[in-house]
Design a protein around this ligand. Structure first.
Ligand code: UD1
Length: 360
């Protein structure tokens, strides 16, 4: 039997790595397909190296485009791949356009599909990722959940309990495996950062695409810079707008290129706090015990608030939260969510092996 993994965007890679490694240990034949959604060296290649992922067997080279153009191009290319390779199971990860494209093609061809990181819901239908999550789960035959709330959402949407598996968080497998090698020192030295600094990331369409919203974000981040040195690895989306906004004219707000996995998490692990609109970073800071202030009205990852160090903040409220953290009054490290223990890839691989055997 053949398992075909579809990845394409930066957040997919640390989720796929432990699943691929665990299936490798079980001797399962696998193919790794990269859609090419992310193609810059520091959005893709550097992650394969840092994570010890095998080179993709196929890179479809799709690249950027509008949602329809990008998703359609991925579907067209993936259909040919699935017809040629005849996988017994397609595995998709997270909530990016590559995830949705692969799940749709698998469903139409009658190829079984497994979704890793299923059931997360922000209930915010304006987020492209929410559309991708809901539709991918509906199309998948097997769903792997990272947290108990995800099981509740899936059950409410009518997913048969036999198809649901609570396995914990494979992205945290990667974090725990590589934690000893996290190293932000190059960036700390190059930017001459003091011992106490903060890290920010900002790339979500809802935050960077509308000029008035972006202005509010920039003003809020400058107020953070008044309090603590702030490093911002700049995602290609919104880079021009951020650079033109004057954010980096602030003497204590520092831009960097997007960083690799080990450097980014090294920087985060050494920081006093993180300001972000990313999804995965809310989870990583929860495990690292670093306070995380999330510039969003909602989160699809509520365990990072109930168990972890995450708080949802507004642009107006951000500076006050930073003051609280710096005064020792911020979110404190809580309990690590259940099954975020480094063995999620093994659990997923056990289920996959069972599924492949039942198909014979
Ligand atoms: C995608 C995901 C988002 C995730 C993010 C992490 C979707 C719908 N969104 O958003 O959930 O948080 O990845 O990074 O899939 N670009 C480059 N080089 C690259 C990739 C992108 O320059 O290697 C630029 C292009 O101008 C492109 C833009 O970034 O148009 C957006 O890229 P895209 O793949 O559409 O989505 P992301 O914003 O990266």
């Amino acid at each position: 039997p053949l398992v075909l993994h579809v990845t394409g965007a930066r957040p997919n890679f640390p989720k796929a790595a432990p699943v691929i490694a665990a299936l490798e240990r079980r001797g399962v034949r696998q193919l790794l397909v990269h859609t090419g959604q992310h193609y810059d060296r520091n959005m893709s290649e550097i992650f394969f190296r840092d994570l010890g992922l095998p080179e993709p067997d196929l890179n479809l080279g799709i690249g950027s485009g509008s949602h329809a153009v990008q998703t359609a191009a991925m579907m067209t290319a993936l259909e040919t791949v699935f017809l040629d390779e005849r996988p017994d199971l397609v595995v998709v990860y997270g909530d990016v356009n590559s995830t949705l494209a692969a799940a749709l093609v698998a469903a139409k061809l009658g190829v079984r599909c497994a979704h890793v990181e299923a059931g997360l819901r922000s209930f915010d239908w304006t987020m492209p990722e929410e559309v991708n999550r809901v539709v991918t789960d509906r199309l998948s035959d097997i769903v792997f959940a990272t947290s108990p709330d995800a099981l509740v959402h899936l059950a409410r949407e009518g997913v048969d309990p036999d198809r649901m598996h609570f396995v914990g968080n494979p992205m945290i497998d990667t974090l725990l495996r590589l934690r000893d090698r996290f190293d932000g020192s190059r960036v700390v030295t190059e930017l001459d950062l003091p011992a106490t600094y903060a890290v920010a990331t900002l790339h979500r369409p809802g935050n960077v695409d509308d000029p008035a919203t972006l202005d509010r974000m920039v003003a809020a981040l400058r107020r953070v810079g008044d309090r603590i040195d702030l490093v911002l690895p700049v995602h290609p989306r919104g880079r021009q707008q951020l650079e033109a906004s004057g954010l980096f004219d602030h003497p204590r707000v520092h831009a960097t290129e997007p960083l690799g996995y080990l450097e980014f998490l090294g920087l985060v692990a050494g920081s006093a706090l993180v300001v972000t609109d990313s999804g995965g970073i809310q989870e990583e800071t929860t495990v690292l015990g670093v306070p995380c202030l999330t510039l969003r009205p909602n989160t699809e990852r509520p365990v990072t608030i109930t168990h972890g160090t995450n708080r949802l903040v507004t642009t107006e409220g951000l500076a006050g939260h930073v003051d609280a953290v710096l005064a020792g009054d911020g979110p404190t490290p809580g309990v690590v969510p259940p099954l975020w223990d480094g063995a999620s890839g093994e659990r997923i691989a056990d289920v996959v092996v069972d599924v492949l055997a039942s198909a014979d």
